[in-house]
Design a protein around this ligand. Structure first.
Ligand code: UT7
Length: 325
């Protein structure tokens, strides 16, 4: 039995931070950011908003499209690296905000690949017959973990949330295959040094700005390009699908150059690639469900279409999901 996506939803905070705003904050330029990343602007959560609020807004829309009520949900799997607090999980807080009283709930941390990891867990629960309706969410407020003095990271990141409702399929549509990978030996390419058991919060960690995201961007970029090209190639080959049969590639929105390199290598024209990072920047685990929701609501996905989701991020982690709509 396959699982299929019954509904999608997304939420982006109202406040827009443009590249021109960033020019006033750090030594950067609109031209540099566009040329190296493709990003024009990103959204920043209001001080009063927390990650579960963004997740809640996106989930309500996904439930509405699915035609389900919160009490229909059996499980909530929420991918984030910027949850409301270290304990409890943000999924539990979301469960309460939704009033999804029957649902079990837990978080997944696989950084930018978090949504693919969460989707794979939900898919396995549905295939095994354990649960029927699962809410899969990617939600981030990365702006609270961003060093606004570090031009190498602060121009990249944004806040947002996306959600899907996954349920059993009664035909051949649905999640065809999910692939997950990790290479923990490269954990330090992208990490937050302090706030865990290794370096608990202290005056020193605060002073040294160690609670913020650190990334060795260029090294990460090179691994990402290499890894994603073979990941997408293998996923299609193993499932007997030609690149020309793919209706839409929905990549994690980290960098336009990474995305176009993958598409070019496979001969997938850019009009069959979902790109919205120009508006939202890199929203980590939220980027794929936001892009999926946007593509669906714009009418870019039709019944029977093959779509491919792919992501790469901290951990390092990477993964793909091939779906027949
Ligand atoms: O989300 C999943 C994981 N993340 C990724 O996949 C992101 C991967 N990395 C990237 O997207 C790119 O590496 C970046 C956009 C972060 C950087 O682009 P790059 O082409 O790799 O540039 P670079 O890091 O090699 O830096 C080139 C130059 C450096 O100056 P020098 O040493 O050549 O004088 C940087 O200091 O650009 C400088 N630079 C900047 N200049 C203006 C770095 N950040 C900025 C900035 N504005 N914001």
């Amino acid at each position: 039995m396959r699982s299929r996506i019954l509904g999608t939803g997304a939420y982006l905070p109202e406040r827009v931070l443009t590249n021109f705003d960033l020019e006033k904050m750090v030594d950067t330029s609109n031209e540099w950011i566009i040329e190296r990343t493709g990003i024009h602007e990103r959204r920043i959560a209001d001080q009063a908003e927390v990650t579960s609020d963004l997740a809640h807004e996106a989930s309500v829309k996904a439930l509405e499209m699915a035609g389900l009520e919160p009490h229909d949900i059996d499980l909530i799997v929420l991918a984030t690296v910027s949850g409301d607090m270290p304990l409890p999980s943000t999924a539990c807080i979301l469960q309460d905000k939704l009033g999804a009283k029957r649902a079990a709930a837990f978080d997944i941390n696989a950084a930018c690949s978090g949504f693919i990891y969460a989707l794979s867990v939900a898919d396995a629960f549905i295939r095994s017959g354990t649960y029927r309706n699962i809410l899969v969410v990617g939600a981030e407020i990365l702006s609270r973990f961003t060093d606004w003095k570090d031009r190498t990271t602060c121009v990249l990141l944004g806040d947002g949330a996306g959600a899907v409702v996954l349920s059993p399929s009664d035909n051949d549509s649905g999640v065809i295959s999910v692939r997950l990978y990790a290479d923990g030996s490269l954990w330090d390419l992208l990490h937050i040094p302090a706030g865990g058991s290794k370096l608990p919060a202290s005056e020193q960690t605060l002073r040294e700005r160690m609670h913020y995201i650190k990334m060795r961007g260029n090294e990460t970029f090179k691994v990402a390009v290499r890894t994603l090209q073979s990941l997408v190639e293998e996923t299609l080959k193993d499932n007997g699908i030609k690149p020309s049969e793919l209706s839409l590639l929905i990549p994690h929105q980290a960098n336009r150059r990474i995305i176009t390199a993958t598409a070019e290598r496979l001969g997938i024209p850019l009009d069959r690639v979902m790109l919205n990072l120009q508006k939202y920047g890199n929203t980590s685990a939220a980027s794929i469900p936001i892009a999926l929701d946007e593509a669906l609501r714009e009418g870019r996905i039709k019944q029977g279409d093959y779509i491919l989701l792919e992501a790469f991020g901290g951990g390092l982690t990477w993964g793909s999901a091939l779906i027949r709509w």
